[in-house]
Ligand binder design. Structure first.
Ligand SMILES: Cc1cc2nc3c(=O)[nH]c(=O)nc-3n(C[C@H](O)[C@H](O)[C@H](O)COP(=O)(O)O)c2cc1C
Length: 176
């Protein structure tokens, strides 16, 4: 049995990205989904002075260890002003102080969604370009536009978009 992490790039308790990540990871046969919630990790705002005075929080190592324990990672990014949510960027910054290849060279399905018509495409493009430098093996990317129009009852209602995502999930599964 493989292990796949599902991570929403947000600290929202009702995160739509967490929903999309869990939905996608659950579609992979013969794999257990490990839901990773940033709210379960105590990571103060990164600062050089904080690090010099207090060191790296132990939860940054805990995050790295959870990722390393899995066979692959499904990340769905929240988009805040065209970029990462502060909580997600902060977690990556802390992890990078331990290991710049923080994604552990694991296969990654890189997703994004938002209520808007572009569905987080801007942050998705940014991550697709930079994550390989952070040790991610990005297998496929997909942005789900207009989340509330296209996702309900715990699944994607738009058939065309659902088929595209299924194809990406299948590519990712084959890389696990
Ligand atoms: C500060 C802030 C900035 C946002 N900027 C964008 C944006 O640039 N593009 C976008 O599509 N949605 C934007 N949104 C809307 C988010 O996509 C929406 O809140 C979404 O639910 C975030 O994902 P989450 O539920 O997984 O946290 C923004 C929301 C906030 C609070």
């Amino acid at each position: 049995m493989k292990k796949t992490i599902a991570l929403g790039g947000s600290n929202s308790k009702e995160s739509i990205n967490k929903r999309l990540a869990v939905y996608s990871a659950n579609k992979i046969d013969n794999s257990e989904t490990i839901v990773l919630d940033l709210n379960d990790y105590d990571l103060p705002l990164y600062g050089v002075d904080f690090e010099n005075e207090k060191g790296i929080p132990k939860d940054a190592q805990r995050l790295i260890d959870v990722i390393a324990s899995a066979d692959g990672v499904v990340v769905s990014l929240a988009e805040h002003n065209g970029s990462y949510s502060a909580a997600f960027k902060n977690a990556m910054d802390w992890m990078s102080r331990i290991n710049p290849k923080l994604w552990g060279e694991r296969p990654m399905l890189l997703l994004a969604t938002s209520p808007g018509a572009r569905g987080g495409q801007t942050v998705l493009n940014s991550a697709a370009a930079s994550f390989p430098h952070l040790g991610a093996n990005v297998i496929a990317t997909f942005s789900l536009p207009s989340f509330y129009d296209n996702f309900s009852d715990q699944s994607i209602q738009n058939e065309e978009l659902g088929a595209v995502l299924n194809e990406k999930i299948s590519e990712f599964k084959n890389a696990l």
